[in-house]
Design a protein. Structure first.
Length: 368
């Protein structure tokens, strides 16, 4: 066994929640607003359908191969060589994606706060921090997520309460003024984020309460959906039709807060949300990349590959995205389709093939 640690289904839900929300909460409102306009709050509801489907597919695959991840059981489903190729494609998806998440984190910190700090220093320090917790194993990662998620949620709740005087509820009207198509178009980008629930396939084998895996996954999808709806509504009520023109709408919204000349300039609270969420998200992706690489190479322990994978993640953050424009372009144009293909459609095909093989084997044994 590459990993000997165990986590609860609740800890898995705590790991998955910031893994999706951390990056989506900052950039997605403006991306969604470009297509859905004032119906941007409906798009997360439609996008969550991909999340629910992904969790269902992931759990069904896990039930068929309970102690294996997709890197291992794909060889059993489609054969050794095709399975190895598919496993490599998954790794070649997750390692560069982790680099992209790291680059987004670095760009945000440099653009908003540490303007004169080299982005390489910011990204390398985050990877170093994540490497220590990844080496500590899944138990440490689960406990860290459980501890940090309340810290992640609190500033968002604080933001909603303090923005009360600035909310213009009429901005939501007219609802579905241009029909259902704009919210559907707006749901494609967040749909890519919801497909990341497939990461559960790497966590489910280590659950202490396996039967609650699907329930916890579905609850996590619901929590992410509600968070994105609330954030999108908050941004819409404050910024109105200008939401689509902002790069980080939540950051712009936080600057509106002024309560008795005491509560002002709460951008630091948003940065705290981003850093805590990004830490959990990068750690989960990093862990999955290291674990998957060790399983693909048939190693007995994943820890020896943690540092090489960390170096690769930093390198990919520069190789794949030479500028901040490339990062945002990838988020909007490529990632939704790339993410849904790798994390929802291909797993669905694997499930169909696996179920077909099981049914044929049962028929064969019954006829004998």
């Amino acid at each position: 066994m590459v990993e000997k640690g165990k986590i609860s289904s609740l800890q898995m839900a705590f790991m998955m929640y910031p893994t999706i929300v951390a990056t989506a909460v900052l950039g997605v409102p403006s991306i969604t607003a470009k297509y859905a306009k004032n119906d941007l709050w409906l798009s997360p509801i439609l996008a969550s359908l991909i999340g629910y489907a992904t969790v269902y597919i992931t759990y069904k695959l896990h039930k068929l191969y309970p102690k294996q991840t997709v890197i291992q059981f794909s060889e059993q489903i489609i054969g050794r060589i095709p399975g190895k190729i598919l496993g490599f494609l998954f790794l070649f998806f997750y390692i560069p994606i982790t680099g992209q998440i790291l680059r987004s984190y670095g760009e945000f910190i440099v653009d908003s706060f540490l303007v004169k700090t080299p982005i390489s220093v910011i990204m390398a320090s985050m990877v170093l921090l994540c490497a220590f917790i990844v080496r500590g194993g899944i138990e440490g990662l689960g406990r860290a997520a459980q501890l940090l998620v309340p810290v992640f949620i609190l500033p968002i709740l604080l933001l909603i309460v303090l923005l009360g005087p600035d909310l213009e509820f009429k901005n939501i009207l007219p609802i579905l003024g241009n029909g259902i198509m704009p919210p559907i178009k707006g749901s494609i980008v967040p749909g890519g984020w919801f497909s990341e629930f497939f990461l559960m396939i790497f966590l489910l084998p280590f659950l202490t309460d396996m039967k609650k895996g699907m329930k916890s996954g579905m609850m996590s999808v619901f929590a992410v959906m509600m968070t994105l709806i609330v954030v999108n509504l908050m941004v819409l009520f404050v910024l109105g039709s200008t939401t689509a023109t902002k790069i980080y709408p939540v950051m712009n919204v936080s600057r509106y807060i002024s309560l008795a000349d005491f509560f002002e300039h709460l951008e630091s609270a948003i940065m705290a949300v981003w850093i805590v969420g990004a830490f959990v998200k990068i750690s989960v992706f990093y862990y999955v990349s290291a674990l998957g690489t060790a399983q693909w190479l048939n190693l007995s322990d994943y820890r020896p590959v943690v540092w090489p994978i960390g170096i690769l993640i930093v390198e990919f953050s520069f190789w794949s995205y030479p500028s901040s424009m490339d990062v945002s372009r990838y988020d909007i144009i490529a990632f939704p389709f790339h993410g849904i293909l790798m994390q929802t459609i291909i797993p669905l095909l694997l499930l169909v093939i696996a179920v077909g093989k099981r049914n044929r084997q049962r028929k064969g044994s019954n006829s004998n």
